[in-house]
Write a protein that binds this ligand. Structure first.
Ligand code: ADQ
Length: 468
């Protein structure tokens, strides 16, 4: 088997405390790489003010080797905080209003991709397959090809690919589209994302579509396919089952004192619909006063990207909003919303999912959303909770038995919360069984194997040159 090289912006090193990385890419790739082994290259998270950046830091943990590079403060400002998180992230989540284009950031983005290529180049061996992840590194393969790399290179986009009218509003759209044609396999979360991408190529007259998944451009062929990302389903179920007897969970149950638990778990991000969700929860409590003092919403939201102004502002908004609802509706012995800004260890999280009667997974837009899948996997089959899922999450394309909502419709979501709490056991079980079948059939290992199978050339089109 050829060696696998994974490249992503951040590399989540195994933590001594066992605290989980609160990010979907980290969670999924850690599982996938631990099973197969390989090399993982990315930013160490360290910022240095002097150029040139020092040598790579090499670490080993089990069968994964890590190659970590520092970045300069200018790199971080232009590439990471700038173009990646203030242009690509909002655009791909349909927030044209939040995108801030600047030539300097765009140039920085392409420059740092060149830098990643220069770091990776000396590590590449003849038969390695290279798997590049997410919107930070779209032009990386093009850079590697320019340097003569002929290895198989795949790209997986963890976030949505938006509708063409949205994507094409971005000034450098053609450069990004063309750079994706340097890959052998381009993976998306859903068929809809792939179709949006294909439509962008066609509108811009870049290359040609040869079949459902086969494309050609600039004398190369590549495939673009949906590979919906999964979780370690059975492992997660086991974690949740074991968590029931831990001190944390006993304390939690005690503190609930018979009240039903509703749970929300999201990085603090405007795409996750947290403010709309809190509005919906407040509307639900106001419209259904019988439920007051009988339910609690536990919203677990680790801070993320605090250096980007929209995120900093959001921290304030959500904290104030939760405080306002608690002030208006809470009583001396009941707090409607427990709002927690920290990362939990995975077993703790799994146990809390299992304790919850309803999960509110209501992003305004999401590539997939692993929380939805984790919640389902954590349930007790005899008495499963209800997944209330945004129709704008990639997961809604797979988990058809979830209760789908439009997160922009606050009153509609409030009504669905009430219906979910009252859902009869047989219906809950039937929905849960359907979703579990999907999660068992498509777990994180199937995701990884399918992608890497295609990348190895087992896919529909695999005519590009193999390493010399
Ligand atoms: P994210 O936007 O980070 O991922 P998501 O898919 O929900 O979103 O993954 C979050 C992960 O972090 C989950 O595994 C969750 O358990 C974990 N997590 C969240 N809060 C936590 C907390 N407080 N403590 C511990 N762990 C926490 C991006 C895309 C998604 C896509 C994934 C994977 O935005 O659409 O599903 O990548 O491709």
């Amino acid at each position: 088997m050829s060696r696998l090289i994974v490249v992503s912006n951040r590399v989540p090193l195994p933590s001594k405390s066992g605290a989980a990385s609160a990010g979907g890419l980290a969670v999924a790739l850690q599982s996938a790489l631990a099973a197969r082994g390989g090399l993982w290259l990315g930013w160490s998270g360290k910022i240095c003010s002097d150029e040139p950046v020092g040598p790579l830091t090499m670490l080993k943990d089990g069968n994964i080797e890590y190659a970590l590079t520092d970045l300069t403060d200018l790199d971080v400002e232009e590439y990471y905080q700038g173009f990646a998180n203030r242009v690509l992230w909002p655009i791909c989540h349909y927030r044209l209003d939040l995108a801030e284009y600047g030539r300097r950031e765009m140039t920085g983005y392409f420059r740092v991709n060149q830098f990643f290529a220069s770091r990776l180049l000396p590590l590449i061996q003849k038969d390695d397959v290279i798997w590049i992840h997410d919107y930070h590194l779209i032009p990386l393969a093009e850079e590697l090809r320019r340097q003569g790399v002929k290895n198989r290179i795949g790209f997986f986009l963890h976030i949505p690919w938006p509708a063409p009218d949205v994507f094409l509003a971005m000034p450098v759209h053609d450069e990004l589209l063309k750079s994706l044609t340097a890959y052998d396999v381009v993976g998306f979360q859903t068929r809809q994302d792939r179709e949006n991408f294909a439509e962008c190529l066609s509108r811009q007259d870049i290359g040609e579509r040869l079949g459902k998944e086969a494309f050609t451009a600039a004398g190369r062929s590549f495939i673009a396919r949906p590979y919906p990302i999964g979780i370690e389903t059975d492992e997660f179920t086991k974690l949740a089952r074991q968590a029931a007897n831990t001190t944390l969970h006993k304390r939690m149950r005690q503190s609930l004192d018979g009240k039903e638990l509703i749970i929300g778990v999201d990085r603090l991000d405007y795409s996750k619909g947290i403010t709309q969700r809190i509005d919906a929860f407040e509307t639900f409590l106001t419209r259904h006063p019988d439920y007051q003092r009988k339910v609690t919403l536990l919203q677990i939201t680790p801070k993320s990207r605090s250096e980007v102004p929209e995120y900093e502002a959001m921290q304030k908004t959500v904290a104030e909003q939760a405080g306002r609802v608690n002030g208006a509706l809470g009583t001396v012995d009941w707090v409607p919303i427990r709002y927690v800004n920290r990362s939990l260890r995975r077993p703790a999280l799994a146990g809390l999912y299992r304790m919850a009667k309803v999960a509110l997974v209501t992003p305004l837009r999401d590539g997939m959303n692993l929380v939805a899948k984790e919640f389902v996997a954590a349930q007790d089959e005899d008495d499963p909770g209800v997944l209330l899922l945004s129709r704008f999450a990639g997961a809604a394309h797979e988990l058809k038995e979830a209760v789908l909502v439009n997160p922009y419709d606050v009153e509609g979501t409030a009504d669905v919360i009430a219906r979910s709490l009252a859902m009869p056991l047989e219906e809950r079980q039937a929905r849960w069984r359907g979703m579990m079948t999907t999660l068992r059939e498509n777990n994180v290992f199937t995701w990884c194997d399918t992608f890497l199978g295609d990348l190895a050339g087992n896919g529909e089109v695999a005519s590009n040159e193999q390493p010399a």
